[in-house]
Design a protein around this ligand. Structure first.
Ligand code: GTP
Ligand code: MG
Length: 237
Protein backbone atom coordinates (compact mmCIF):
# COMPACT_ATOMS: atom_id res chain seq x y z
CA UNK A 1 0.00 0.00 0.00
CA UNK A 2 0.99 3.63 -0.24
CA UNK A 3 3.59 4.94 2.18
CA UNK A 4 4.53 8.56 2.55
CA UNK A 5 6.53 11.10 4.46
CA UNK A 6 4.68 13.31 6.95
CA UNK A 7 1.91 15.49 5.57
CA UNK A 8 1.62 19.26 5.93
CA UNK A 9 -2.13 19.12 5.25
CA UNK A 10 -4.78 20.32 7.64
CA UNK A 11 -7.79 18.06 7.77
CA UNK A 12 -11.56 18.34 7.75
CA UNK A 13 -11.84 14.61 8.32
CA UNK A 14 -10.80 12.60 11.32
CA UNK A 15 -8.16 9.90 11.04
CA UNK A 16 -9.23 6.49 12.36
CA UNK A 17 -9.92 6.33 16.09
CA UNK A 18 -9.84 10.07 16.67
CA UNK A 19 -12.62 12.59 17.09
CA UNK A 20 -14.64 13.49 13.98
CA UNK A 21 -14.96 17.21 13.29
CA UNK A 22 -18.62 16.71 12.47
CA UNK A 23 -19.76 20.32 12.59
CA UNK A 24 -17.58 21.44 9.72
CA UNK A 25 -18.72 18.66 7.44
CA UNK A 26 -22.36 18.94 8.46
CA UNK A 27 -22.32 22.59 7.45
CA UNK A 28 -20.76 21.77 4.10
CA UNK A 29 -23.19 18.94 3.36
CA UNK A 30 -26.18 21.10 4.37
CA UNK A 31 -24.94 23.97 2.20
CA UNK A 32 -24.51 21.66 -0.74
CA UNK A 33 -28.15 20.56 -0.51
CA UNK A 34 -29.54 24.07 -0.16
CA UNK A 35 -27.61 25.81 -2.96
CA UNK A 36 -28.52 25.94 -6.64
CA UNK A 37 -26.28 23.78 -8.80
CA UNK A 38 -22.86 25.18 -9.62
CA UNK A 39 -22.70 26.08 -13.31
CA UNK A 40 -19.73 24.81 -15.31
CA UNK A 41 -19.01 27.54 -17.83
CA UNK A 42 -15.53 26.45 -18.88
CA UNK A 43 -13.31 23.45 -18.24
CA UNK A 44 -10.01 23.09 -20.06
CA UNK A 45 -6.89 20.98 -19.84
CA UNK A 46 -3.87 22.76 -18.33
CA UNK A 47 -0.97 20.38 -17.68
CA UNK A 48 0.01 16.75 -17.12
CA UNK A 49 3.04 15.65 -15.18
CA UNK A 50 4.50 13.28 -12.63
CA UNK A 51 5.89 15.92 -10.31
CA UNK A 52 3.79 17.86 -7.81
CA UNK A 53 6.24 20.79 -7.93
CA UNK A 54 5.41 21.25 -11.63
CA UNK A 55 1.66 21.47 -11.01
CA UNK A 56 0.01 24.93 -11.36
CA UNK A 57 1.40 27.48 -8.92
CA UNK A 58 -1.46 30.00 -8.80
CA UNK A 59 -2.78 28.51 -5.53
CA UNK A 60 -6.33 27.99 -6.84
CA UNK A 61 -8.17 25.27 -4.90
CA UNK A 62 -8.14 21.81 -6.35
CA UNK A 63 -10.15 18.60 -6.05
CA UNK A 64 -8.59 15.27 -7.00
CA UNK A 65 -10.22 12.02 -8.10
CA UNK A 66 -8.56 8.74 -7.23
CA UNK A 67 -9.45 5.06 -6.94
CA UNK A 68 -8.63 1.73 -8.45
CA UNK A 69 -7.84 1.50 -12.13
CA UNK A 70 -10.98 1.45 -14.27
CA UNK A 71 -13.31 2.54 -11.44
CA UNK A 72 -14.47 5.47 -13.57
CA UNK A 73 -12.44 8.52 -12.46
CA UNK A 74 -11.94 10.07 -15.89
CA UNK A 75 -15.53 9.32 -16.95
CA UNK A 76 -16.84 10.98 -13.80
CA UNK A 77 -14.77 14.10 -14.47
CA UNK A 78 -16.20 14.27 -18.01
CA UNK A 79 -19.70 13.81 -16.64
CA UNK A 80 -19.21 16.59 -14.04
CA UNK A 81 -17.79 18.94 -16.68
CA UNK A 82 -20.39 17.95 -19.29
CA UNK A 83 -17.70 17.15 -21.85
CA UNK A 84 -17.20 13.82 -23.59
CA UNK A 85 -13.45 13.78 -24.07
CA UNK A 86 -11.94 16.22 -21.59
CA UNK A 87 -10.28 13.44 -19.58
CA UNK A 88 -9.15 10.36 -21.51
CA UNK A 89 -11.16 7.23 -20.71
CA UNK A 90 -10.79 3.59 -21.72
CA UNK A 91 -12.43 0.23 -21.19
CA UNK A 92 -8.98 -1.07 -20.29
CA UNK A 93 -7.43 -0.32 -16.88
CA UNK A 94 -4.29 1.83 -16.66
CA UNK A 95 -5.36 4.59 -19.07
CA UNK A 96 -4.57 7.62 -16.90
CA UNK A 97 -0.88 7.57 -16.00
CA UNK A 98 -0.15 11.19 -15.05
CA UNK A 99 -1.40 13.92 -12.72
CA UNK A 100 -3.78 15.86 -14.99
CA UNK A 101 -4.94 19.37 -14.11
CA UNK A 102 -8.05 20.92 -15.68
CA UNK A 103 -9.09 24.48 -14.84
CA UNK A 104 -12.79 24.99 -14.19
CA UNK A 105 -14.54 28.37 -14.55
CA UNK A 106 -11.03 29.91 -14.26
CA UNK A 107 -11.48 29.39 -10.52
CA UNK A 108 -10.53 25.90 -9.42
CA UNK A 109 -8.87 22.74 -10.64
CA UNK A 110 -10.20 19.27 -11.11
CA UNK A 111 -7.38 16.70 -11.03
CA UNK A 112 -7.51 13.31 -12.71
CA UNK A 113 -5.06 10.85 -11.15
CA UNK A 114 -3.82 7.42 -12.22
CA UNK A 115 -5.58 4.47 -10.64
CA UNK A 116 -3.99 2.32 -7.98
CA UNK A 117 -3.98 -1.48 -7.97
CA UNK A 118 -3.40 -1.89 -11.72
CA UNK A 119 -2.40 -5.56 -11.80
CA UNK A 120 -0.70 -5.49 -15.19
CA UNK A 121 1.72 -2.66 -14.41
CA UNK A 122 5.29 -3.72 -13.66
CA UNK A 123 6.61 -3.42 -10.10
CA UNK A 124 8.93 -0.59 -11.16
CA UNK A 125 6.07 1.27 -12.84
CA UNK A 126 3.80 0.78 -9.80
CA UNK A 127 6.46 2.08 -7.41
CA UNK A 128 7.05 5.11 -9.64
CA UNK A 129 3.31 5.90 -9.66
CA UNK A 130 2.99 5.38 -5.93
CA UNK A 131 5.84 7.79 -5.26
CA UNK A 132 4.49 10.66 -7.32
CA UNK A 133 0.90 10.15 -6.24
CA UNK A 134 1.91 10.03 -2.58
CA UNK A 135 4.05 13.16 -3.03
CA UNK A 136 1.15 14.91 -4.74
CA UNK A 137 -1.40 13.91 -2.07
CA UNK A 138 0.79 14.76 0.92
CA UNK A 139 2.55 17.89 -0.30
CA UNK A 140 0.04 19.73 -2.46
CA UNK A 141 -1.13 22.71 -0.41
CA UNK A 142 -4.17 23.76 -2.58
CA UNK A 143 -5.64 20.24 -2.45
CA UNK A 144 -9.02 20.75 -0.78
CA UNK A 145 -10.48 17.28 -0.99
CA UNK A 146 -9.76 13.89 -2.48
CA UNK A 147 -12.70 11.99 -3.92
CA UNK A 148 -12.05 8.28 -3.46
CA UNK A 149 -13.99 6.34 -6.10
CA UNK A 150 -15.31 2.88 -5.30
CA UNK A 151 -17.06 0.48 -7.67
CA UNK A 152 -20.62 0.22 -6.33
CA UNK A 153 -20.92 -3.37 -7.61
CA UNK A 154 -18.16 -4.69 -5.38
CA UNK A 155 -18.02 -5.61 -1.73
CA UNK A 156 -15.53 -3.57 0.34
CA UNK A 157 -12.06 -4.11 -1.12
CA UNK A 158 -9.01 -4.20 1.14
CA UNK A 159 -6.95 -1.99 -1.17
CA UNK A 160 -9.59 0.78 -0.97
CA UNK A 161 -9.98 0.45 2.79
CA UNK A 162 -6.18 0.63 3.17
CA UNK A 163 -6.04 3.70 0.96
CA UNK A 164 -8.75 5.52 2.95
CA UNK A 165 -7.09 4.60 6.25
CA UNK A 166 -3.84 5.91 4.86
CA UNK A 167 -5.55 9.20 3.91
CA UNK A 168 -6.83 9.39 7.48
CA UNK A 169 -3.39 8.75 8.93
CA UNK A 170 -1.99 11.59 6.79
CA UNK A 171 -4.96 13.85 7.58
CA UNK A 172 -5.87 14.15 3.92
CA UNK A 173 -9.57 15.13 3.69
CA UNK A 174 -11.53 12.73 1.53
CA UNK A 175 -15.05 11.77 0.48
CA UNK A 176 -16.34 8.51 -0.98
CA UNK A 177 -18.00 8.19 -4.39
CA UNK A 178 -19.66 4.93 -5.40
CA UNK A 179 -19.49 4.73 -9.21
CA UNK A 180 -21.38 2.92 -11.99
CA UNK A 181 -24.65 2.67 -10.09
CA UNK A 182 -26.46 2.16 -13.42
CA UNK A 183 -24.93 -1.30 -13.47
CA UNK A 184 -26.79 -2.71 -10.45
CA UNK A 185 -30.26 -2.68 -8.93
CA UNK A 186 -31.06 -0.19 -6.22
CA UNK A 187 -31.49 -2.99 -3.67
CA UNK A 188 -28.05 -4.42 -4.54
CA UNK A 189 -26.63 -0.91 -4.24
CA UNK A 190 -28.18 -0.38 -0.81
CA UNK A 191 -26.82 -3.74 0.31
CA UNK A 192 -23.29 -2.87 -0.79
CA UNK A 193 -23.46 0.58 0.78
CA UNK A 194 -24.57 -0.95 4.07
CA UNK A 195 -21.68 -3.43 3.96
CA UNK A 196 -19.23 -0.62 3.30
CA UNK A 197 -20.63 1.43 6.13
CA UNK A 198 -20.31 -1.49 8.53
CA UNK A 199 -16.70 -2.19 7.58
CA UNK A 200 -15.68 1.48 7.66
CA UNK A 201 -17.22 1.99 11.09
CA UNK A 202 -14.97 -0.72 12.46
CA UNK A 203 -12.04 1.67 12.21
CA UNK A 204 -13.68 5.09 11.83
CA UNK A 205 -15.95 6.90 14.27
CA UNK A 206 -18.08 8.35 11.48
CA UNK A 207 -18.23 8.13 7.72
CA UNK A 208 -16.99 10.88 5.42
CA UNK A 209 -19.55 12.28 2.95
CA UNK A 210 -20.75 9.54 0.59
CA UNK A 211 -21.97 10.08 -2.98
CA UNK A 212 -23.41 7.69 -5.55
CA UNK A 213 -22.92 8.33 -9.26
CA UNK A 214 -23.47 7.15 -12.78
CA UNK A 215 -21.45 8.71 -15.56
CA UNK A 216 -23.98 7.25 -18.00
CA UNK A 217 -27.03 8.98 -16.54
CA UNK A 218 -25.23 11.90 -14.79
CA UNK A 219 -26.74 10.81 -11.49
CA UNK A 220 -24.94 12.49 -8.58
CA UNK A 221 -23.60 15.43 -10.61
CA UNK A 222 -25.47 18.15 -8.78
CA UNK A 223 -24.59 16.95 -5.30
CA UNK A 224 -20.88 16.64 -6.05
CA UNK A 225 -20.61 20.04 -7.72
CA UNK A 226 -22.48 21.71 -4.90
CA UNK A 227 -20.30 19.95 -2.35
CA UNK A 228 -17.19 21.29 -4.12
CA UNK A 229 -18.66 24.78 -4.14
CA UNK A 230 -19.54 24.48 -0.47
CA UNK A 231 -15.99 23.51 0.44
CA UNK A 232 -14.62 26.47 -1.53
CA UNK A 233 -17.09 28.85 0.14
CA UNK A 234 -16.03 27.53 3.51
CA UNK A 235 -12.39 28.29 2.70
CA UNK A 236 -10.82 31.70 2.17
CA UNK A 237 -10.80 31.86 -1.65
N1 GTP B 1 -21.98 1.86 -17.16
C1 GTP B 1 -21.04 2.70 -16.70
N2 GTP B 1 -19.78 2.60 -17.16
C2 GTP B 1 -18.86 3.47 -16.67
C3 GTP B 1 -19.18 4.45 -15.70
N3 GTP B 1 -18.05 5.13 -15.40
C4 GTP B 1 -17.09 4.60 -16.17
N4 GTP B 1 -17.55 3.60 -16.92
C5 GTP B 1 -16.77 2.77 -17.87
O1 GTP B 1 -15.69 2.20 -17.14
C6 GTP B 1 -14.51 2.15 -17.95
C7 GTP B 1 -13.37 2.85 -17.24
O2 GTP B 1 -13.66 4.22 -17.15
P1 GTP B 1 -12.52 5.32 -16.91
O3 GTP B 1 -13.23 6.60 -16.64
O4 GTP B 1 -11.52 5.32 -18.01
O5 GTP B 1 -11.84 4.76 -15.58
P2 GTP B 1 -10.57 5.32 -14.79
O6 GTP B 1 -10.84 5.10 -13.35
O7 GTP B 1 -10.27 6.71 -15.21
O8 GTP B 1 -9.44 4.31 -15.28
P3 GTP B 1 -7.83 4.48 -15.29
O9 GTP B 1 -7.50 5.83 -15.85
O10 GTP B 1 -7.39 3.37 -16.18
O11 GTP B 1 -7.38 4.31 -13.88
C8 GTP B 1 -14.90 2.78 -19.29
O12 GTP B 1 -15.25 1.74 -20.19
C9 GTP B 1 -16.13 3.61 -18.95
O13 GTP B 1 -17.02 3.79 -20.04
C10 GTP B 1 -20.54 4.53 -15.24
O14 GTP B 1 -20.92 5.34 -14.38
N5 GTP B 1 -21.42 3.64 -15.78
MG1 MG C 1 -8.56 7.54 -16.00
Amino acid sequence: MLHAPCSNQSSTLHPPNTEFKAKHHTNIVLYSYLCPIMKIKTATFVISNTNHTLCPTDGKPEFAFIGRSNVGKSSLINMLMEQKNLAKTSGRPGKTQLINHFIVNEQWYVVDLPGYGYAKASKVQREKWEKFIVDYLTKRAPLMNVFVLLDSRLEPQQIDLDFMNWCGSKEIPFSMIFTKIDKLSSSALQKNLAKYKKVMLQSWEALPPVFTTSSESAFGREKILNYIEAIMSDSVY
